[in-house]
Design a protein around this ligand. Structure first.
Ligand SMILES: [Zn+2]
Length: 144
């Protein structure tokens, strides 16, 4: 096997620049790349630093693994449920299940650029979801 289409960038060994370009083709890294410097600049502009400011980074670093675990277990691995005869599922959970089936597909690794509040979807469509559906990267197509 010379190349694997299921591995990032076709199984090739990308350079750091190629990997960075691939990374920033996705929505969520671009949001972080813009928001993080803006938030740091805003905090620096506000000033009035105190001892509590020194605790923010270590607290975030200490909490992150637990927050990540809670998100993973309770949101990303949310199981479809039926309420009053209607099946409810989180779109992000469907997307994450597709990621587990095909972990090397980069478009299933990053948070898709869906409008806020669109994580809840009814499956099958129940009519209460009147918002136009955004097509997520074939999470459903790899659900076979
Ligand atoms: Zn998972």
């Amino acid at each position: 096997m010379t190349s694997n289409e299921h591995e990032p960038m076709g199984g090739k060994n990308p350079t750091l620049g190629q990997a960075a370009r691939a990374f920033f083709t996705f929505h969520s890294p671009r949001i972080f790349a813009v928001m993080w410097p803006l938030l740091v600049a805003t905090r620096l502009a506000v000033g009035d630093f105190g001892w509590a400011d020194l605790l923010v980074v270590p607290i975030l670093l200490a909490a992150q693994p637990f927050v990540e675990w809670l998100i993973h277990v309770y949101i990303l691995h949310f199981k479809p449920t039926t309420v009053w005869g209607r099946k409810f599922d989180l779109q992000i959970a469907k997307f994450h299940r597709a990621h587990h089936r095909d972990p090397w597909r980069l478009e299933l690794v990053f948070i898709p650029g869906a409008p806020a509040g669109s994580a809840w979807r009814c499956s099958p469509p129940c009519g209460s979801c009147s918002r136009p559906r955004r097509r997520w990267p074939s999470a459903a197509s790899s659900a076979a």
